[in-house]
Design a protein around this ligand. Structure first.
Ligand code: ARG
Length: 569
């Protein structure tokens, strides 16, 4: 039932005035911000001019003449010239369940994004360097945003902007030449490359000549020298092998792996455009853009005094390329808050690249706060940093320990889904900007506001249905659902589609994680208060269908976060 439409008809009949249409009335009907002001409200002042009456008089006319023949209202109220409607609970339940029923397994999906292009850039680790917990967080947030946009029908592209360009690779090549044979790169290659880098760096500091050689090697690398290119590719492949282990564990894929090096031949155009715009200035041999007039006190360096370009220039080239290639409506950068100035500068400079308003307005830095590990709590602490792969494996181990005595068939698979789900959920459970303390024991707990708790509730829904040998059948008498716990579950279910849309608008997967927690809690409460299997067949069917709807909604919500549900746990 379209409540606004129905209410507009009721008002229209009550005021009985030819000059006002149902459509006009419908437009003015609002959903009050405060629940105590009813489910819908009509601001009577909207018709004051037309009817030449005060809002209070209009409200009273409606009150005296309204005929709710279909009995959709439980109460009406006149407050300060507003006419407030309370929809009967029975109608609300029916409405919500029918909305679910239309989509069933696809509940929450929409095509609102049809025809719109979204680029989500995330993960973007640096080759020959460790993939750290910050990289894990961008990967998890970005993957969820991709799924959210995709579910809403947007044409979405996932980009991994690999950090695969820079003088450090020339240093690595020089290191490899000098002492590469001392390192076995078949095992833990990133550790070894990091050690080699530290060593050559120290040598460069001592010996200007070596530094000079590194510079020359960088030039060769940029010019496409075969030996240098091959070594660079080797470092890249070794790094990708390591990164792919993580991507496989958390089930993340990309549509493009165009990293920084992809733009090495596309930066001159940026410099040319900026030059032509008249904004490029010389400053101590370097080329910079002053951003004072855009309220940014640090200028953006485009080219260093020695002629080499920097990180920002590659980002500018990437914006141009992405605007042309993907014609994006939005281009999101899921990158930690510490790079906030960088993105402010890059976005500010991009105004001089001749991009369309659409592309300029679409640029957005989706930042997130720091992640901390509780001191001494991780058994994986080796040396100075914690390996992400070890964190993920430890989470899986922890879950395996919890379920080891349970009667479950494929324990390894269950532990993987739950352990990984636990880490993902922990990364997404709070607002992005909030600092996160990642405690693996808390994250993998089956109680509390955790991924495993939501997965567990979903699995429970499944087993309730299994026990009853139930196949969902939407021929349900919803009037049977009258108790507060059931109504609460229904109200939660009905919120899901709008939660997805707000998560998309604010780039906040946490809206969905908060939501699934709240739905799981409502269901646990319902389950404690009601016997699903009971003597009244109609009541049992209604409760089972509700259980089915919860299962689907939780599963879809978790899917949007990038979390799978095991069959048992
Ligand atoms: N590689 C960078 C890092 O690890 C992140 C890249 C962010 N993306 C970008 N377009 N600048 O810190």
């Amino acid at each position: 039932m379209n409540f606004k439409e129905e209410l507009a008809k009721l008002i229209w009949n009550a005021i009985n005035n030819e000059s006002i249409s149902i459509e006009t009335i419908k437009q003015f009907i609002e959903v009050p911000k405060e629940k105590q002001n009813g489910d819908f409200a009509f601001p009577c002042f909207r018709l004051a001019k037309e009817l030449k009456k005060s809002p209070i008089d209009i409200a009273n006319i409606i009150k005296d003449n309204i005929k709710d023949e279909k009995q959709i209202l439980s109460k009406v109220e006149v407050v300060n010239g507003f006419f407030n409607f309370y929809i009967s609970q029975k109608e609300l339940v029916k409405e919500a369940m029918e909305k679910f029923d239309l989509q069933k397994e696809d509940y929450g999906k929409s095509n609102m994004g049809n025809g719109k292009n979204i680029v989500v850039e995330f993960s973007s680790p640096n080759i020959a360097k460790p993939f750290h917990i910050g990289h894990l967080k961008t990967t998890i947030i970005g993957n969820s945003l991709y799924k959210i946009y995709d579910y809403l029908g947007f044409n979405t592209t996932r980009i991994n902007h690999l950090g695969d360009y820079g003088t450090q690779f020339a240093k690595l090549i020089e290191a490899y030449k000098r002492f590469g044979n001392e390192y076995d790169l078949t095992e833990n290659p990133i550790d070894k490359l990091t050690q080699m880098y530290v060593r050559i760096n120290a040598m460069c500091e001592e010996d200007e000549e070596i530094l000079e050689e590194c510079r020359a090697t960088f030039k060769k690398l940029e010019d496409g020298d075969e030996y240098c290119q091959n070594l660079w590719q080797k470092f890249k492949d070794l790094s990708m092998q390591e990164f792919n282990k993580i991507y496989e564990l958390i089930n993340v894929e990309f549509d493009s792996m165009n990293g920084e090096s992809f733009y090495s031949d596309k930066m001159q155009e940026v410099i040319d455009i900026l030059e032509a715009s008249g904004k490029l200035q010389e400053s101590r041999g370097a080329k910079i853009i002053d951003l004072e007039d855009q309220g940014i006190s640090t200028p953006c360096i485009i080219q260093k005094a020695n002629g080499s370009t920097i990180y920002a220039t590659r980002d500018l080239a990437a914006i141009l390329y992405r605007a042309r290639t993907y014609d994006f409506d939005k281009c999101l950068y899921v990158v930690g808050g510490e790079q906030s100035l960088h993105f402010k500068q890059v976005f500010a400079v991009s105004k001089y690249l001749g991009l369309s308003e659409k592309h300029l307005n679409g640029l957005e830095h989706v930042s997130y706060g720091l992640i901390k590990l509780p001191e001494g709590k991780m058994s994986t602490r080796k040396g100075n940093f914690i390996k992400v792969e070890d964190i993920l494996n430890e989470a899986i181990e922890k879950v395996l320990e919890i379920i080891k005595d349970k009667d479950i068939n494929d324990k390894e698979d269950v532990a993987k889904k739950v352990g990984i789900g636990a880490v993902i959920f922990d990364d997404l459970k709070d607002t992005r900007s909030k600092e996160q303390v990642f405690d693996i024991s808390v994250a993998t707990s089956f109680n509390g506001e955790t991924g495993p708790y939501v997965q567990y509730t979903t699995v429970r829904c499944n087993s309730v249905m299994e026990k009853a040998n139930y196949t969902p059948n939407s021929n349900i008498n919803y009037d049977k659902l009258t108790d507060e716990a059931s109504i609460n579950v229904v109200k939660e279910i009905s919120r899901f589609p709008e939660v997805i849309v707000s998560a998309m608008k604010k780039s906040e997967p946490s809206f969905i994680s908060r939501y699934v927690i709240s739905l799981a809690k409502a269901y646990s409460n319902f389950y404690n208060q009601n016997k699903v299997i009971c003597d009244d067949k109609e009541l049992q069917d209604a409760r089972l269908y509700l259980t089915y709807a919860v299962k689907v909604t939780l599963t879809n919500g978790l899917k949007l976060l990038g979390i799978e549900v095991p069959s048992k746990m």
